[in-house]
Design a binder for this molecule. Structure first.
Ligand code: DGI
Ligand code: FE
Ligand code: FE
Ligand code: FE
Length: 184
């Protein structure tokens, strides 16, 4: 699918504020792809699709994740963790995406995981540092992403864990594994 058509299809499925976030993540992901030697078209496709399931109801998301067999076990966690795996299923079934790296980047964009590919790291980091994000510490994360994708991953992952613990949210094993793995 051409990127303009992909944008239109994604835009149809999301409220405008969320769609604007997706476009900013896409811009950031393409910059990171350029900087760190990843295929820009793959970064564009993965970024455009990363939140494609974000506007679906909990019931719809649950149905899709169940039908995929919930391999990562997200259904026992907060429903915020369901739109990544559901989005990957939609990317495959409704957008015809066959590239396993793109599908993994969508699937794991919220938790991360151990052993992420370069593309997965780019989507994870871009989602967190896109220019519309504003939270204490964001400038430090952006600075790390100027110089090293791996150090940006450590910083983003650590920030994620600290935030989740501060609000007493249950931490998914992949979120923890992402952090531990990012240190090595
Ligand atoms: O969809 P976005 O808002 O662009 O961002 P996202 O998909 O990266 O994250 C959505 C939310 O999920 C965010 O508030 C952080 C949260 N999250 C990430 N990992 C975990 C988590 N929430 C819980 N409870 N447990 C996790 O391990
Ligand atoms: Fe998301
Ligand atoms: Fe994220
Ligand atoms: Fe996002």
């Amino acid at each position: 699918m051409e990127s303009e058509q992909l944008k239109n299809e994604v835009g149809r499925r999301l409220p405008s504020g969320r769609y604007q976030h997706v476009l900013r993540v896409t811009g950031t992901a393409m910059i990171l792809a350029d900087r760190f030697g990843e295929d820009k078209e793959k970064a564009e496709t993965a970024a455009l699709l990363h939140d494609v399931a974000k506007a679906m109801t909990k019931e719809e998301l649950k149905r899709i994740v169940e039908s995929e067999g919930d391999p990562a076990g997200v259904l026992g966690f907060h429903h915020e963790l369901w739109h990544g795996p559901a989005g990957a299923a939609i990317a495959r079934e409704e957008f015809g995406i066959r590239d396993a790296e793109i599908l993994a980047a969508v699937r794991f964009h919220t938790t991360g995981r151990a052993g992420m590919s370069c593309l997965e790291k780019i989507i994870f980091v871009a989602d967190m540092i896109e220019p519309g994000r504003a939270f204490p510490g964001i400038e430090g994360l952006r600075a790390e992403a100027e110089r090293s994708l791996d150090s940006a991953l450590v910083a983003c992952s650590a920030h994620n864990l600290q935030y989740l613990a501060s609000v007493r949210a249950a931490i998914h094993p992949d979120t923890l594994r992402c952090y531990n793995d990012s240190l090595s």
